[in-house]
Design a binder for this molecule. Structure first.
Ligand code: GRF
Length: 189
């Protein structure tokens, strides 16, 4: 299955997917990485792994729809069949989401439905949560609300800061995103 990854920044989840897909038994081939931010560090990491990496700067477009049309066309140009969002920081219109229904995944750094949106680690700490984690889910028009594919839980430890907690969650993100993508692909085929 030909997979395109959407990023906006560092791209560590992207790298985890690229590495997993190098295994000949893995059901996906990562064919393109697209960032809406030209300065995303993940673009260079993708190129170092030999993957085509393209930026489509959302600021160059007059509307969300015009940006999404360009994004969609680039995905189609690479014959992408499935999309993995990995730290892609753009809210998508329902029109774009429908085009990729059941074929677009996202990773979110919380145990959804808890802590949708931003600053999840800070919010979990502030609430005194005992556990935290990450979720891979299908993308639907409602933010961070799509059907869940997989979750991983981590403990919140005494003395945790947002950074130390984020690091513990991120290690689990890198583990479950490749597993979840494979699971979603196997479900389709
Ligand atoms: C991750 O924590 C992911 O869950 C969230 O954004 C962050 C992206 O990190 N959606 P990276 O770019 O994959 O390193």
């Amino acid at each position: 299955m030909r997979v395109g990854i959407l990023i906006s920044g560092r791209g560590s989840n992207m790298t985890a997917l690229i590495k997993a897909a190098k295994d000949p038994d893995y059901p996906a081939e990562i064919v393109v990485v697209i960032s809406n931010r030209p300065d995303a560090a993940g673009l260079d990491s993708a190129r170092q792994e030999g993957i085509a990496a393209i930026s489509i700067d959302h600021k160059q477009f007059d509307s969300r729809e015009a940006f999404e049309d360009a994004l969609h066309n680039e995905l189609l140009a690479h014959k992408v069949e499935m999309v993995a969002c990995a730290g892609f920081m753009r809210i998508m219109t329902s029109g774009f989401v429908k085009k990729w229904q059941d074929r677009m995944l996202n990773i979110h750094p919380s145990l959804l439905p808890a802590y949708k949106g931003l600053h999840t680690h800070e919010r979990a700490l502030k609430d005194g949560a005992k556990t935290h984690g990450c979720t891979v889910h299908y993308v639907i028009a409602d933010l961070d609300a799509g059907p869940i594919i997989m979750q991983a839980e981590v403990p919140v430890l005494a003395g945790d800061t947002a950074d130390s907690l984020a690091k513990r969650v991120l290690a689990e993100e890198h583990r479950i995103y490749p597993l979840s993508l494979a699971k979603a692909i196997n479900k389709l085929s």
